[in-house]
Design a protein around this ligand. Structure first.
Ligand code: NAI
Ligand code: MG
Length: 397
């Protein structure tokens, strides 16, 4: 069989280090692939005025599967300042290449698993009865609709007349906002489509079925946001009834769910939500299993294009350390999701087992796992470097 080609998009800052180390882990685990580098991020914005060059889009269209590190984003004015002088007159406006990738390829399904590793010092613990301490074992996978909803970008400040007139046809707008001058109004829409809602719900149910989760929870707010959240829950009921009767359908409100995070996080299996609530709830669960050093994700389209990335950013303050101190596990875990996706489950299982062994042994821990403040001297003080953590994982194969 011919080797697979994976597009490796390191991006900026620590994205480069964690991706390099991850490829070393993949090689050592026996995953045979060629990697082609995809340019993305701040460097290309500064040099070329485009953080997501067309050649990177072409590479991904051709090879379909990508590993992505992280990028740096900065506010509009700073972005302009850092642009190469010869590009400054061209009227270029910075926009996030990640959002660009999602939109271009319709990466509408985002999966973020949050699973407790035994003996991770960052695991959430809570007080039990009397003096007891409990450490709930979290094993939740959040499916977040990745392209619509509140992050869909359909918004206005001082909306144009036709938009304002359309809003005025709604009795609630008339009664609650009808007296407000139009230039004092900002509107961000929350649009859900049936097609995308069905896709994220089915992805969630399929995952529950394939990996043996007993429940799918729709985490929205249908009692208040009746049209969008309401549609998602209604569709979930239909899909569950017709295709997944063996899986329980639960329904929680995002606000209550956040409160319950620390009460019974171990009760939840697969969770599905729209874009913003999915973002919130996945960060919430990630906090229970170790935070950014452990939070991995997959973004997938209906056309078989998929990008696997840690949820952390480029952590610029650590980017220039001579010895990198950040935890590579979130990136390695994201690569494991890639292996699952391309049906290389023997290798992903092997890597996850190695990570689990390293963590449970407790000898090699990055600074975050040692609850240190991230500084250049943490390695001297006993924390593992990024490379040492990758070495420790590899040593378990
Ligand atoms: P960040 O995730 O880069 O860093 C926040 C803090 O989390 C770090 O200072 C560090 O203490 C910790 N951290 C992050 N990754 C870690 C790891 N692997 N191991 C141990 N600790 C880790 O977020 P921040 O500082 O808000 O943003 C920095 C830059 O990254 C910004 O330019 C932002 O726009 C960008 N960003 C990019 C993302 C992406 O590429 N998907 C996501 C989030 C932010
Ligand atoms: Mg987030």
């Amino acid at each position: 069989m011919s080797k697979r080609t994976i597009v490796a998009m390191p991006g900026d800052g620590i994205g480069k280090t964690v991706l390099d180390e991850t490829i070393r882990v993949l090689d050592a685990a026996g995953f045979e692939a060629d990697y082609v580098e995809g340019d993305i991020g701040w460097e290309f914005w500064k040099k070329e005025g485009n953080p997501l060059p067309q050649r990177t889009i072409d590479l991904l269209a051709k090879h379909k599967i990508a590993l992505f590190g992280a990028i740096t984003s900065k506010p509009k004015d700073e972005a302009f300042e850092e642009l190469a002088d010869e590009l400054k007159e061209k009227g270029l406006v910075y926009s996030s290449p990640i959002v660009g990738l999602r939109q271009h390829f319709g990466l509408d399904i985002c999966a973020r698993p949050c699973k407790t590793y035994k003996n991770n010092p960052l695991n959430f613990i809570k007080r039990g009865v009397g003096d007891t301490i409990e450490e709930p074992e979290v094993d939740a996978v959040i499916f977040r609709q990745n392209t619509e909803g509140l992050y869909g970008g359909v918004e206005w400040s001082n909306p144009p007349a036709n938009v304002y007139d359309a809003l005025m046809t709604h009795p609630k707008f008339q009664s609650n906002f009808g007296e407000v001058p139009v230039n004092e109004i900002s509107v961000s829409t929350r649009i859900f489509t049936k097609n995308a809602t069905e896709r994220i719900l089915k992805a969630a149910f399929n995952h529950a079925k394939e990996y043996g989760y007993k429940s799918v929870t729709v985490c929205e707010k249908p009692n208040v946001i009746r049209e969008t959240s309401g549609m998602m829950y209604k569709m979930a009921q239909q899909i569950q009834k017709s295709d997944y009767p063996e899986i329980q359908l639960w329904n929680t409100n995002i606000d209550a769910q956040m409160m319950w995070l620390t009460k019974n996080p171990n009760n939840y299996g697969v969770i599905v939500a729209g874009n913003m609530f999915g973002d919130i709830i996945s960060d919430g669960f990630a906090g229970l299993i170790g935070g950014l050093g452990f939070a991995c994700s997959a973004q997938m389209s209906s056309e078989g294009i998929a990008v696997f990335e840690p949820t952390h950013g480029s952590a610029p303050k650590y980017a220039d350390y001579e010895t990198s101190i950040v935890n590579p596990i979130a990136m390695v875990e994201s690569a494991c999701m890639m292996l699952d996706y391309i049906d290389e489950k023997t290798i992903s299982t092997k890597i996850r087992k190695a990570i689990s062994d390293v963590i449970s042994e407790g000898k090699v821990r990055t600074y975050d796992m040692m609850k240190m403040t991230g500084r250049a001297d943490v390695v001297e003080k006993g924390a593992a470097s990024t490379t040492q953590m990758a070495d420790a994982i590899i040593a378990k194969f």
